[in-house]
Design a protein around this ligand. Structure first.
Ligand code: SAM
Length: 224
């Protein structure tokens, strides 16, 4: 039995190596379109000494955010949830969309708060910033910084807008986790991520899995 586990662990470690991912990446079962909670815990552990709050842009019913808020609280931090809470824009967004416009609605931020309470995430652990990207950023204090932020809004335009607002607000050594990144695609969020990667962005790639790209902000001193 022990030998079986050792062989399985070795195989998974080799798989991480072959895919260019860090050897300590969790051996997780991953489903496209969802964030594995072991991966989120792994990322949170990496920013333990980095100043700032945790944030998620695009939270839907909070499947990932409830873990993000829990991890933030465990490190004595605050979490921030950004979303329209009414699904995507009514007009088809530039770069295309893959679903009906009302598919991701949860009927407003109060419903999100209710879902979080049901999951055991109490209201004092997080802030909610309702509104379409980029309007939801308008009232965020200029001084707010993030040690960890994830972006998961599917479509080109909100992802592009968020990728202008968010990166300067991530602390040095902080992590930017991007969903919907398919290296061989060129539309929707992937298009905006590729445009971001083509700029002088000041981040380095630390992992890629499950159509999720993980970047770490380089110290300001090393950025050109
Ligand atoms: C795929 S879901 C996010 C899933 C979530 N990260 C999770 O793990 O459960 C995408 C979310 O982005 C939000 N969204 C899409 N376009 C948006 C926009 N222009 N402004 C604000 N939120 C938007 C939707 O309301 C939806 O909640």
């Amino acid at each position: 039995m022990l030998l079986k586990f050792l062989v399985r662990d070795a195989a998974r470690t080799l798989a991480n190596l072959a895919s260019g991912n860090p050897l300590d990446l969790p051996h997780a079962e991953r489903r496209n379109g969802t964030w594995n909670h072991d991966d989120l815990a792994w990322l949170a552990a990496k920013v333990r000494d980095v100043p700032g709050d945790f944030a998620a842009i695009g939270v839907f019913r909070g499947a990932a955010f409830r873990k993000v808020a829990d991890l933030a609280a465990n490190q004595g931090r605050y979490a921030h949830a950004f979303d329209s809470f009414t699904g995507v824009a009514e007009t088809p967004p530039a770069g295309g969309t893959q679903r009906p416009v009302d598919m991701l609605t949860i009927d407003g931020p109060d419903e999100f708060v209710r879902l979080m309470a049901k999951a055991g995430i109490t209201r004092e652990l997080y802030e909610v910033w309702p509104g379409a990207v980029p309007d939801c950023f308008a009232n965020v204090p200029e001084s707010l910084r993030f040690a960890f932020a994830m972006l998961d809004v599917d479509d080109y335009q909100p992802a592009a807008d968020a990728l202008r607002w968010l990166p300067p607000r991530i602390s040095d050594g902080g992590i930017l986790a991007l969903d919907d990144y398919s290296p061989h695609a060129g539309s929707m969020a992937t298009k905006s991520i590729k445009e971001f990667l083509a700029t002088d962005h000041g981040f380095e790639k630390i992992a890629a899995f499950n159509q999720q790209l993980i970047l770490c902000k380089l110290p300001s001193a090393t950025q050109s």
